[in-house]
Ligand binder design. Sequence first.
Ligand code: NAI
Ligand code: MG
Length: 338
Amino acid sequence: KTIPATLIPGDGIGPEIVQSVVEILDTVGAPFKWEKALGGVAALDATGSPLPKETIESIRRTGLALKGPLTTPVGGGFKSINVTLRQEFGLFANVRPTKTIVPGGRFENINLVIFRENLEGYYAAMENYIPYGDDPHAIATSAGYTTRKECNRIVRYAFEYAVKNNRKRVTLVHKANILKLLTGLFLEEGRKVAKEYEGRVEVNERIVDACAMQLVTDPWQYDCIVTTNLFGDILSDLTAGLVGGLGLAPGANIGEKAAVFEAVHGSAPDIAGQNKANPTSLLLAANMMLAHVGRQDLATRIDKAIEKVITSGAVRTGDLGGKASTTDLTAALKQALV
Ligand code: NAI
Ligand code: MG
């Protein structure tokens, strides 16, 4: 049985790593039937819009997308395409796992997941500037908001994930000592949800600044972290840095009716078109997509090939200190799968 899914090649290294991932998915017989759609500068050049109506309609139809990185056009008039997609489809949960794959990095044996609230907080960016020119009395303001409903929903998502994936603990990360209402509401709902999972999943709490310090000094104490939008944005870049950087960092944007899977990194214009990009982040995102549609079996096979080729076999791209090209790595992964 095939599953229709939207495929957005995107910009820069996007088409190269998407090609690689599609070949690897084909090798394991992944069930996706791709609908190709445009996004980013590629879409802007072809249609005049960085996120064409056809792309939105495709995702609405399939409820499932694998997305290459999109270059955000510089200059005014363009709202972030990622933020637009999240809002359009109510993609409330941003799931970012961090796992040590390549030994010899900064930290061994890291295996944690960050759940970032994806719609509210300071990303609401209701900003205001009271202009006085160069007047020292000029003021810039920003208002964020959190709702009980979304706080409850993201924490519940983290606990459900923990139960389903045999995770032991969820840490509620907040700043309720200072932002007593904005993140206090998050903590209050978090504690409420945690009670329902008593005996099944442990819960603890950390203030975000202390959490940042501990992620660097003792990251192994963390298992699942759930937090508000801006804190999750910052902490998930930090955790990507713990294990070797952007070539190994996948992410999923999950909503009730749609899910969009992507690498954490951008379009890497400095190496675009040179057959140098590491496709592993997007491949790990595709694995999350397979798990999402109930094909963990295929994701596990791909994980094992990554383990064999990158970890033990040392076919590595430049970002991991190797000399392999995108197509070398793709061929080695396909070879390991047959
Ligand atoms: P970037 O993530 O594209 O690149 C940062 C550095 O990491 C570069 O040196 C690049 O060569 C390297 N790198 C990134 N991915 C790599 C990979 N798979 N293999 C090997 N090396 C890799 O960040 P940058 O340069 O700040 O952004 C470029 C464009 O991407 C911008 O237009 C930005 O708006 C966009 N962007 C899009 C995102 C998305 O669509 N989800 C996320 C982040 C940025
Ligand atoms: Mg970010």
